[in-house]
Write a protein that binds this ligand. Structure first.
Ligand code: ATR
Length: 270
């Protein structure tokens, strides 16, 4: 029998996840079906039960705006999901219980270090933003033992609070955009500013030589942050499409026990 999965969100129409997971399934010869389901913003809990009991899904991915809400509702979570404060992958177990995980951080790190051969160990990393997207990638980034991870946010107190929350895992500090010093090797944009075509106010001498700039957003044209990076001498600019495919691959692996080849799917999407 075909096992069913889905991504839930609101809105969800433009999600690329069904395309990605269908490609994974074909490639690995797995008998799975993957759809996109729009869930009303005020009906998450009842929707989860319906997805489990009526549609009989085996698992779901969760996207905006439900990742934090699902995290709050689940008791049973992986350590990395617990840390991330958000759940992007859920397993409906045979006994009806639900298990939450988060593959976003590992997706970003794999895209950076494997697909783009960017070194993180010993580097100075700047993370822009202190919302859910930023929080989800902090622990995996610190796992690479950077010399420093600085979290900068429009609301400085939120970045400081995040730094406090993760300071047992490595060298992490937080502050406002005014507190950013020159010479970062890797700059990752996790703000929602790109959505509005804006770039946070960054110093002109922000980038070290050979710096990499990564925007978690992606679009067919350069995002505002990618344009800024090119204008300010970034050696490498990367958008978030690879992260999307890598987090999906990790979720697929969790559900099916096989790791798909992400390169083939990425090429198809580009
Ligand atoms: P997400 O889950 O995508 O991270 P979020 O939790 O709403 O969404 O967080 C959005 C992030 O983008 C925040 O860090 C926010 O800064 P504030 O904490 O000061 O609100 C940041 N952000 C949104 N619009 C921005 C803009 N125009 N310039 C700079 N930062 C912006």
């Amino acid at each position: 029998m075909t096992d069913k999965y889905a991504v839930i969100g609101n809105p969800i129409k433009h999600s690329k996840s069904p395309l990605i997971h269908s490609a994974f399934a074909k490639q690995t010869d797995q008998d799975v079906e993957y759809s996109a389901i729009e869930v009303p913003v005020d009906a998450l809990q009842s929707s989860l039960i319906q997805l489990r009991d009526i549609l009989k899904l085996k698992g779901i991915n969760i996207t905006v705006p439900f990742k934090e809400q699902v995290w709050q509702q689940l008791d049973n979570k992986s350590e990395r999901a617990e840390r991330a404060g958000a759940v992007n992958t859920l397993i409906f177990n045979e006994d009806g219980s639900m298990f939450g995980d988060n593959t976003d951080g590992v997706g970003l790190c794999r895209d950076l270090t494997v697909n783009h051969a960017v070194e993180l160990k010993g580097k100075r990393i700047l993370l822009l933003g202190a919302g859910g997207a930023a929080r989800g990638v902090i622990a995996p980034l610190l796992g690479y033992e950077p010399a420093e991870l600085f979290v900068a946010n429009r609301t400085a107190s939120k970045a400081e609070a995040l730094a406090d929350l993760f300071n047992d895992l490595g060298h992490i500090n937080g502050g406002g955009f005014d507190d950013i010093t020159p010479g970062f090797d890797v700059v990752i944009n996790a703000t929602a500013a790109s959505l509005q075509g804006e770039v946070p106010p960054l110093p002109d001498d922000l980038l070290a030589e050979h710096a990499t700039c990564y925007d978690m957003m992606y679009s067919d044209n350069d995002t505002a942050f990618i344009s800024w990076a090119k204008q300010h001498g970034a050696a490498k600019t990367i958008d978030g499409l690879g992260m999307l495919v890598e987090q999906a691959a990790e979720a697929f692996h969790l559900w099916r026990g096989v790791m798909p080849d992400t390169q083939a799917v990425l090429q198809k999407l580009r």
